[in-house]
Design a protein around this ligand. Structure first.
Ligand code: GLU
Length: 492
């Protein structure tokens, strides 16, 4: 695979060349490089997924790298949370998680190299001075930018704290030939001499990302387009070291329905919140991939299909809009497709959380799978599934007052009483036999089937909607059916 690249560095001259971003092993290598300053969110998960699919499609490697150089904002909890999210989505990585805080010696040696080669310099300006100049620039309506005043200091001042800045070229343009965005140009005079190492000795993002991507032999950088503006800065750092930059592909943003950047205002943005709301990881993966990528009109994909069809060419240039309704629909499709046994297992933690069973409670999983199977087409999340399973599992159900008023009138209770008698004698408590009982009951009394079925449904499930009643009764089982009928008959 060969990609055309041009990074134009000299003023008014076009320095165009081809770069084959493959490493010496001729293997595609990509990475997901989250900063652990929050949970794995929808946007990050999509970036991880696209990298994962690109690696798998190309028989390449997928590296996980934790970018925790900003120690004040990174936490162990968030590292765990990100890893937990990746695992839940089954985005398994081949290498890592590497942590940038384990690699400070490497970064320091590269900073030294730039200093020795005169491509970086010590800056003695204090944060207060910088802030004052920033305010002055703003007051004059200018974009604040470091003025380079320490660039030419020749005598080191070892007693003064210093940060290290990279000497950015100030002339010419940098042209990024982005795999998704196409050609994007930047004026070099807009770039400032960025700090690559703070005065406390910690290196900064734009620098370490370059060192790591080279060191880890990353061939393609696929990330959110909030990093597009960082790309020219990073390209200059690659050039300063004499390294060929990898290929870049910047993913369009994800927006909420109101076309503003997706945020908490639009609902849950953390991946694990979707787990808690009863979404299936495969459904979320399927939804995430469609936030920007398409393959004809197909909406539902297996993981294997995604790996087979995935390509960067099919990623759209415009922002994607997050649509919770569509995600819910996809989730329902995945619930229908999933086998009942697996769903029953998935439902257990939700049954516990909803207080329907207790932790460690023994359940006949074969039986639970039958109950789940009857509900698969009627629920959209595992939370809905757990709540519907309530009337299969509990001894008694709470009856919806409106349904009670409508369907449990005195004349219905009389019928239920008689039916209770008949069902008590029924030895073969199967859907088919129960159905026969109901038909003959309706016939004997000259009433419609619904006139007896609906009161029974209300008495047994607590509401007016359920899967086929006879199947429900069989699964609930004779014992509980009789108990619930008795309770209703007795006015409970
Ligand atoms: N650590 C950066 C972030 O979480 C990503 C950097 C990159 O992909 O280059 O936004």
């Amino acid at each position: 695979m060969s990609l055309t690249w041009l990074h134009e560095l000299e003023a008014n001259s076009c320095l165009c060349y081809n770069v084959d971003p493959m490493n010496k092993n001729n293997k595609i290598r990509v990475r997901f490089a989250p900063s652990p300053t929050g949970h794995l969110h929808i946007g990050g998960a999509r970036t991880a997924l696209f990298n994962y699919l690109f690696a798998r499609h190309n028989n390449g490697a997928f590296v996980l790298r934790i970018e925790d150089t900003d120690r004040s904002r990174s936490t162990e909890e968030y590292i765990e949370a990100i890893i937990e999210g990746m695992r839940w989505l089954k985005l398994d990585w081949d290498e890592g998680p590497y942590r940038q805080t384990d690699r400070f010696d490497i970064y320091r040696s590269y900073v030294e190299r730039l200093l020795n080669e005169g491509k970086a310099y010590r800056c003695y300006c204090t944060p207060e001075e910088l802030e004052q100049r920033r305010q002055e620039a703003l007051a004059q309506g200018k974009t604040p930018k470091y003025d380079g005043r320490c660039r030419n200091i020749t005598e080191p001042m070892p007693d003064k704290p210093s940060a290290i800045r990279f000497k950015m070229p100030q002339e010419g343009r940098t042209v990024v030939n982005d795999l998704i965005k196409g050609v994007v140009e930047f004026e070099n005079n807009q770039l400032e001499d960025l700090i690559i190492m703070r005065s406390d000795g910690t290196p900064t993002y734009n620098f370490v990302v370059v060192v790591d991507d080279i060191d880890m032999e990353i061939t393609h950088i696929i990330r959110g387009d909030d990093h597009l503006n960082n790309t020219p800065k990073q390209i200059h750092i690659y050039k300063a070291f004499g390294w060929e930059p990898p290929a870049f592909g910047h993913l369009p943003m994800i927006l909420g329905a109101d076309k503003t950047r997706l945020s908490k205002r639009h609902g849950a943005t953390s991946v694990m919140a979707y787990k808690d709301m009863g979404y299936l990881p495969d459904a979320l993966v399927n939804y995430l991939v469609r936030l920007g990528w398409s393959y004809g009109d197909q909406e539902v994909f297996t993981k294997d299909e995604l790996i087979k069809y995935f390509s960067l060419e099919n990623i759209g240039k415009s922002a994607a809009v997050f649509n919770p309704e569509k995600l819910l629909w996809l989730n329902s499709q995945y619930i229908i497709k999933e086998d009942a046994k697996t769903l029953a297992e998935m439902a257990i933690p939700f049954l516990i959380k909803e207080g329907i069973i207790s932790e460690g409670q023994e359940l006949d999983m074969e039986w639970l799978s039958r109950a789940v199977n009857s509900l698969k087409e009627r629920v959209r999340t595992l939370v809905e599934l757990a709540n519907s399973l309530r009337y299969y599992i509990l001894e008694y159900v709470e009856i919806d007052p409106k349904a009670k008023e409508k369907f449990l009138k005195p004349e219905n209770i009389k019928n239920l009483s008689e039916l209770h008698e008949i069902l008590t004698r029924l030895t073969d408590f199967t859907a088919a036999e129960i159905e026969k009982v109901f038909h003959s009951f309706a016939e004997k009394h000259g009433i419609k089937l619904g006139a007896i079925a609906q009161p029974v449904r209300v008495a047994i499930t607590g509401g007016t909607a359920s899967p086929g009643l006879f199947e429900v009764l069989e699964i609930v089982g004779k014992d509980k059916v009789l108990k619930r009928l008795s309770k209703v008959i007795e006015g409970g």
